[in-house]
Write a protein that binds this ligand. Structure first.
Ligand code: PHE
Length: 486
């Protein structure tokens, strides 16, 4: 349940829908499902297995495999905490704002221009910072205050309770919204775009890297969080079964939301006499255009919208808090420092770091940082994870451990996937992506912006990871072995 809570988040709604849209709908689903089966599920089993067997957060688990690779765990938790979570919190802040805006359907008849012009005051490029958008900043303060309070007091119970109630509610609301959208005029056109595969686009390496990195993002793979969660499981836990369930529930939810989004896009294209590919200014803002549009058209849409954005906010919170908890407990595991001081420090630093995303150039910064972290950070962590566990660690031991306690058994295929197939495919995709990246700068941004914002963000977190990993352990946690050795 906790893994599903971390997996289902804004990635399913905001990120999945805009990627599918950007690649023209049908062209995205084949790579997405391929990525789910060939990398998502095998790696989720690996992360669950390694966390459970080595018993520790990501840095601790890697350290127990080899002290030399401890930095990988730190890199993952650091770029997620001080990269993904920083902009993710800003998107939660947008959701909070949209929760309030819902009551009067403030976005009016043209949610696209409302979102980009009135709400974001979007500037002309990442260099044009402009001013801070106060409503977004206020939302962000709220996000960090709440996260701070939850992690500071260790009141996980509260968020768990909220999750148990609000996640099913989110699902019900989504189903209603999707069914409703399907009745709109032009919806059929939209759905057709979504589910008609476009084989001609499959030769484009960008579709593939986007699909694989979306699978990493949406399953929280390479974040270090699934490793930490699995370490809390009791000795007997169904590793393979939980991994498959988590993956299917999570992706099933994404696929479902896709129908709603594309139905609305079909409607918008129809009523504005435009092509579907033209109805949204910047694809990355799709969720904040398509959903409000649908909500305005519904009977009692304002109430529906408020509840919908509230659920979305909670889904985002449960993911963000899980990462903060993972980072904080990893640091405590190693340095044995005071939890309360650390949480306060991390929250303040997280808030300050996030302010840049609340400016008029925020959307561009968010796009660039997200691009670099998901394409290069998560994929590189995925490759190294396979190589370390597949070649350095005793893979048969891990497989036996998983098989001993799981419902369905892993065959030799899984080992082959981890040792050869997954690192090789990810490696090829990564090289293909780097190649296209160097040909044409991502998203039409300037090289300066991409290097200074994207590359350096990754580099800084990498340096931080090496620095943390090189410090000696203040506790004796790393001295203990794994579960199969006891
Ligand atoms: N899997 C999450 C999602 O799809 C990603 C995430 C997890 C982001 C934890 C931040 C923190 O939204």
């Amino acid at each position: 349940m906790a893994a599903v809570g971390s997996a289902i988040g804004l990635g399913n709604i905001w990120r999945f829908s805009y990627l599918a849209y950007e690649h023209g709908g049908g062209a995205f689903l084949i790579p997405y499902l391929t990525a789910l089966i060939t990398a998502g599920i095998p790696l989720l089993i690996l992360e669950f297995g390694i966390g459970h067997e080595r018993i520790g957060s990501a840095p601790l688990a890697y350290c127990k495999i080899s002290r030399r690779w401890e930095w990988l765990g730190w890199w993952a938790v650091t770029f997620v905490m001080f990269g993904i979570v920083l902009y993710y919190s800003v998107i939660i802040s947008w959701c909070i704002n949209y929760f309030v805006l819902s009551f009067d359907l403030k976005w009016g008849a043209d949610p696209d221009s409302f979102f980009f012009k009135q709400f974001l005051h979007l500037s002309d490029g990442p260099g044009q910072i402009g001013e801070i958008r106060t409503p977004i900043l206020f939302g962000l303060v709220l996000v960090w205050l709440i996260s701070w309070a939850i992690v500071y007091r260790g009141v996980q119970k509260g968020i768990e309770l909220a999750n148990k109630f609000l996640m099913p509610l989110l699902l019900i609301m989504t189903i209603i919204l999707v069914l409703w959208s399907l009745t709109l005029e032009g919806a059929a056109e939209g759905v057709k775009t979504y589910i008609t595969p476009d084989f001609s686009k499959l030769s484009n390496p960008e579709v593939w890297i986007d699909a694989y990195s979306q699978i990493f993002f949406t399953l929280s793979l390479g974040f270090g969080i699934m490793i930490a969660y699995a370490s809390y499981l009791p000795d007997k836990a169904n590793i393979t079964g939980s991994a498959v369930m988590t993956a299917f529930i999570n992706s099933g939810y994404s696929l479902l939301t896709g129908f709603g989004v594309f139905a609305v896009l079909g409607f918008m294209a129809n009523s504005e006499s435009k092509e579907i590919s033209e109805v949204v200014t910047e694809s990355i803002g799709l969720a904040f255009v398509a959903y409000p549009k649908a909500i305005s058209l519904m009977p009692a849409g304002n109430w529906f919208g408020a509840v919908f954005f509230l659920c979305l906010t909670v889904a985002g919170f449960s993911s963000a808090v899980s990462i903060m908890e993972a980072f904080v407990s990893a640091v405590i595991d190693k340095f044995d420092i005071d939890r309360k001081k650390l949480v306060t420090f991390v929250s303040v630093a997280g808030f300050i770091g996030g302010v840049i995303f609340t400016t008029q150039a925020g959307l561009f910064w968010l796009d660039i940082v997200d691009h670099f972290i998901t394409h290069y950070g998560l994929i590189v962590v995925g490759i190294l994870e396979c190589l370390i566990v597949g070649w350095l660690f005793n893979l048969p031991l891990l497989k036996d451990h998983i098989n001993r306690i799981s419902s369905f058994q892993l065959g030799t295929g899984w080992g082959l996937l981890i040792r050869f197939f997954v690192p090789l495919t990810l490696g090829i995709i990564l090289i293909g992506d780097l190649y296209t990246e160097l040909q044409t700068p991502y998203g039409g941004y300037s090289w300066t912006a991409l290097v200074l914002i994207g590359r350096d963000w990754l580099l800084l977190t990498l340096i931080a990871a090496f620095m943390i990993a090189s410090r000696p352990w203040k506790t004796r946690n790393h001295k203990s072995g794994g579960r199969s050795e006891v």
